[in-house]
Write a protein that binds this ligand. Structure first.
Ligand SMILES: *Cc1c(COP(=O)(O)O)cnc(C)c1O
Length: 364
C-alpha cells in the first residue's frame, strides 16, 4: 500500500451524509467506471472481494434460474461454493488448473443446456496464476443471450479490461489487489445493457441488495454506512492510476510478470501456468526442493513474503504476487532472492536470475 494511500487512510474519517463526502463518492464511482471500462453503474460495497461475488449471485439469480461456474482454481471454485451455499441450481465447467478455459467448450455447454442463464468466470485465477480470455468467453455468452459475470479481482488495474467493449455483463473487484488498498472494499459494475439483470424477484437480499444501492448512486448516497476511509484511499489510488496512465500501468505489470517469470526460471523453477497472468507468477520448485522451504527462506533470510499453493496446489507451488505498487527493482530483487533460496536449498542454479529478470523487463 503506497504511502500516499496510507496518508489518505490516516485522515479523520469524514461523515458520510455530507455534500463533501457525496461528491467524493460520486467522483470515485465515475473513476471506477472508467477503470472497469463501463458506462454502466458501479457499486462500491463494504466487503472483501468475496462480498461482491456473493452480491452478484444473489442479485442476478432469480429463484429457479440455473447457472454455470467455470472452475479452474480456488477462485473459480468459490463461485461454485457460493452457488451451492445459496442453493442455486448450477453446473460446473471444470478445466485443468493452470490452463485457461476454452471458449469453444463454453459454447458447447451453453448450446447443450439453454437454461444456463448466468455464467460465472474468473479473469485472473490467483491460485494458479492464470489468465482467462474473458473477451472470448463473452462472445459466446452474448451470442446466446446469457449473462456473464467476471471476477476481476486480480486483473483490474493489472490487465486491460473493457467491460462494455468486451461484452462483460457484470465485473467484480476487491480493493487489496491491483487497487493497492487494504482489504475491505469491493466493487461491482453492471454494463449498461445489464441494468435490468438485478431487477425482479431474486434470491433473498438485504445488505447487498443492489436495487436499494441504485437509488442513491447518482447522488453519492449509500443505503448503509460506506467504508469512508477506504473511499478516501480509493480516490487517491484512482488518481495514482490516472497519473501513471492506465496503459502504462498495464505495461508495467506485463514487464513485472515477464521479469519474475524469467527470474524464476533462472532460479531453477518451472512456470506452472500455460496462460500466465500478469498479477501473480505461480512457480513449481526445482526437483528435490520443497516449495514451502523456499517460501520460508524468502521470508526469513530476505524479508520477502510470497505465497504457497492453495487447495490442490498446497505444497506444490509458490506464488509471487506483483500486482499493484511494484516495479523493476522489486522484480530483480525477488528473482535474485529466489535464486539464492533455491541454491541454498540444494538446487543447481546455473543462470544469473537478477540479470535474467532485468533482460526480460527490457524485452517485454
Ligand atoms: C483475492 C481474490 C478474491 C477475493 O477474496 P477476498 O479474500 O474475499 O478478498 C476473489 N477472486 C480472486 C481471483 C482473488 O484473487
Amino acid at each position: 500500500v503506497p504511502e500516499r494511500i496510507r496518508h489518505a487512510l490516516a485522515e479523520p474519517p469524514p461523515h458520510h451524509r455530507t455534500d463533501a463526502f457525496r461528491a467524493t463518492l460520486r467522483g470515485v464511482t465515475e473513476a471506477l467506471a472508467t477503470l472497469h471500462g463501463t458506462q454502466g453503474e458501479v457499486f462500491t460495497l463494504a466487503a472483501s472481494g468475496t462480498g461482491a461475488m456473493e452480491a452478484a449471485v444473489i442479485n442476478l439469480m432469480a429463484p429457479g434460474a440455473r447457472a454455470l461456474a467455470v472452475v479452474g482454481g480456488v477462485f473459480g471454485q468459490r463461485w461454485a461454493d457460493l452457488l451451492r451455499a445459496h442453493e442455486v441450481p448450477h453446473e460446473v465447467m471444470p478445466h485443468a488448473w493452470g490452463t485457461a478455459p476454452d471458449p469453444a467448450e463454453l459454447a458447447a455447454r451453453l448450446d447443450a443446456d439453454p437454461d444456463l442463464a448466468v455464467v460465472f468466470a474468473t479473469h485472473s485465477e490467483t491460485s494458479t496464476g492464470t489468465l482467462a480470455d474473458v473477451r472470448a468467453l463473452a462472445r459466446e455468452t452474448r451470442a446466446r443471450g446469457r449473462v456473464l459475470v467476471v471476477d476481476a479481482v486480480t486483473s483490474l488495474a493489472v490487465h486491460p479490461l473493457e467491460q462494455d467493449a468486451w461484452g462483460l455483463d457484470v465485473v467484480v473487484c476487491g480493493s487489496q489487489k491491483g487497487l493497492m488498498l487494504p482489504p475491505g472494499l469491493a466493487t461491482l459494475s453492471l454494463a449498461p445493457w445489464a441494468r435490468r439483470a438485478i431487477e425482479g424477484q431474486r434470491r433473498p437480499r438485504f445488505y447487498f441488495d443492489l436495487t436499494r444501492a441504485r437509488r442513491g448512486l447518482a447522488t453519492g448516497d449509500t443505503p448503509f454506512t460506506p467504508p469512508v476511509s477506504h473511499v478516501l484511499a480509493l480516490e487517491v489510488a484512482l488518481a495514482m492510476l490516472r497519473e501513471e496512465g492506465l496503459a502504462a500501468v498495464h505495461d508495467r505489470h506485463r514487464r513485472l510478470a515477464h521479469a519474475v517469470r524469467a527470474g524464476g526460471l533462472a532460479a531453477g523453477c518451472r512456470l506452472f501456468s500455460s496462460a500466465p497472468s500478469h498479477a501473480v507468477t505461480a512457480l513449481e520448485p526445482p526437483a528435490g526442493v520443497e516449495a514451502a522451504a523456499i517460501v520460508r527462506r524468502l521470508r526469513e533470510a530476505h524479508g520477502m513474503v510470497v505465497a504457497g499453493g492453495q487447495g490442490e496446489l498446497r505444497g506444490r507451488i509458490l506464488r509471487v504476487g506483483h500486482m499493484g505498487a511494484h516495479g523493476h527493482d522489486d522484480a530483480v530483487a525477488v528473482s535474485a532472492a529466489l535464486a539464492e533460496c533455491t541454491a541454498a536449498l540444494g538446487a543447481p542454479v546455473a543462470a544469473d536470475a537478477a540479470q535474467a529478470a532485468r533482460e526480460a523487463w527490457g524485452a517485454a
